[in-house]
Design a protein around this ligand. Structure first.
Ligand SMILES: Nc1nc2c(ncn2[C@@H]2O[C@H](COP(=O)(O)OP(=O)(O)OP(=O)(O)O)[C@@H](O)[C@H]2O)c(=O)[nH]1
Length: 343
């Protein structure tokens, strides 16, 4: 997931997120953090609606509810990953708390020692001062040791928390990736579309391009060469898409079956159509060798439809307009791009 906030905005968000986490019962961990971050950032409308509904009956959200919200509205991370990350996080926090408590105890003892020393100094009692000094030195050394240990522990904990967050991000991404074509799956696409349209609704930006693509006569490929070759073709088209769509802000997904989608945030119809043309050209030029049969070479083509998002339009309607343009490409003979009218 991309978090597009500026540094100032993210600092403000961080304050809000910490305040929100403090108002609820779920422990502080990367899952709770992510839920409240997405809530506060306003990037996840469905999550927001669900939280607003839940707090009516459960004003302090529990760990179980927060994890459920994460699973249903952020990413369906499996229970084992969720448990492991929560457990590891608790362990990191408990180590840090232990070292902080130790440093606190040493600080208390050192403070008591300083009070005694101050007394001896004020009374100008040279004898008492001499007697106190070895203890004062001992206590100050213990204090220094404890703060050094705490510093080391804080650094180690930070590194560990970073590792856990990366772990969680990886697990989230896996849920959104189609294993055959290695592009986003439908769920991943829906999630990204929702983010993009939430921002569009908030008036933060306008004008996004969408291309829907469909492999031509795919049923024939399956019928003539078998389902496994069909899968090989799907994987190859996925590879073409990953190769052609190089802009990291663009979103490539398998919409379902042999249909793919490309979302081009902040791009017009011309850019979307040009990218679709490039995908058509590259796919047409591709020669696929049927696995375990070196003499059988397959060629495939794709048809495409492009549409630019209209203000206020739902994701569903947007996809339907691009799909209608794609249908016109099919009707006109396939292996081509059709653009949806703007009005
Ligand atoms: N091998 C394989 N086939 C799939 C998969 N998903 C869907 N299909 C097949 O894709 C085919 C889609 O065929 P149709 O929708 O009739 O369209 P088409 O043959 O591509 O023809 P046009 O779209 O009109 O060019 C069906 O035969 C599905 O069984 C998959 O994951 N693997």
């Amino acid at each position: 997931m991309e978090y597009p906030e500026s540094r100032e905005k993210s600092a403000e968000l961080l304050r809000q997120v910490i305040a929100l986490m403090g108002q609820h019962d779920a422990p502080f961990n990367p899952i709770t953090y992510t839920v409240w971050y997405e809530y506060a950032a306003g990037l996840n409308a469905r999550l927001r609606e669900a939280i607003d509904r839940f707090v009516l009956t459960e004003p302090r959200l529990s760990q179980a509810t927060t994890e459920r919200l994460y699973r249903e509205h952020v990413a369906s991370v499996d229970d084992k990953t969720m448990d492991r990350i929560s457990r590891d996080f608790q362990q990191v926090m408990s180590h840090m708390a232990h070292h902080a408590a130790r440093a606190g105890e040493q600080a208390g003892a050192f403070d008591a020692e300083l009070t005694q020393l101050h007394g001896a100094l004020s009374a100008q009692d040279a004898e008492a001062l001499r007697a106190r000094l070895p203890r004062t030195l001992q206590r100050s050394q213990a204090m220094r040791d404890a703060t050094t240990e705490l510093r080391t522990q804080v650094a180690a904990s930070r590194a560990e928390i970073e590792r856990l967050r990366a772990d969680l991000d990886r697990a989230r991404e896996e849920v959104f990736i189609d294993s055959l074509t290695k592009v986003l799956n439908r769920k991943g696409l829906d999630h990204r579309l929702e983010q993009i349209l939430t921002q569009a609704r908030a008036g933060q930006d306008a004008g996004h391009g969408l291309v829907m693509l469909d492999i031509d006569h795919f049923k024939l490929i399956n019928d003539q060469h078998g389902h496994l070759v069909g899968d090989q073709v799907l994987a190859a088209v996925g590879e073409v898409l990953r190769q052609v769509v190089t802009d990291p802000t663009h979103v490539v997904a398998r919409y379902g079956g042999e249909e793919f989608a490309i979302v081009l945030p902040h791009a017009g119809l011309e850019a979307a159509a040009a990218l679709a043309e490039k995908v058509c050209r590259t796919t047409r030029a591709m020669k696929l060798r049927k696995r375990n049969a070196h003499d059988v070479v397959l060629s495939v083509t794709v048809s495409a439809g492009a549409a630019v998002h209209r203000p206020g339009e739902s994701a569903q309607d947007w996809v339907a307009r691009a799909d209608a343009a794609l249908y016109r490409s099919k009707q006109a003979g396939r292996d081509r791009v059709t653009v949806a009218e703007l009005s």
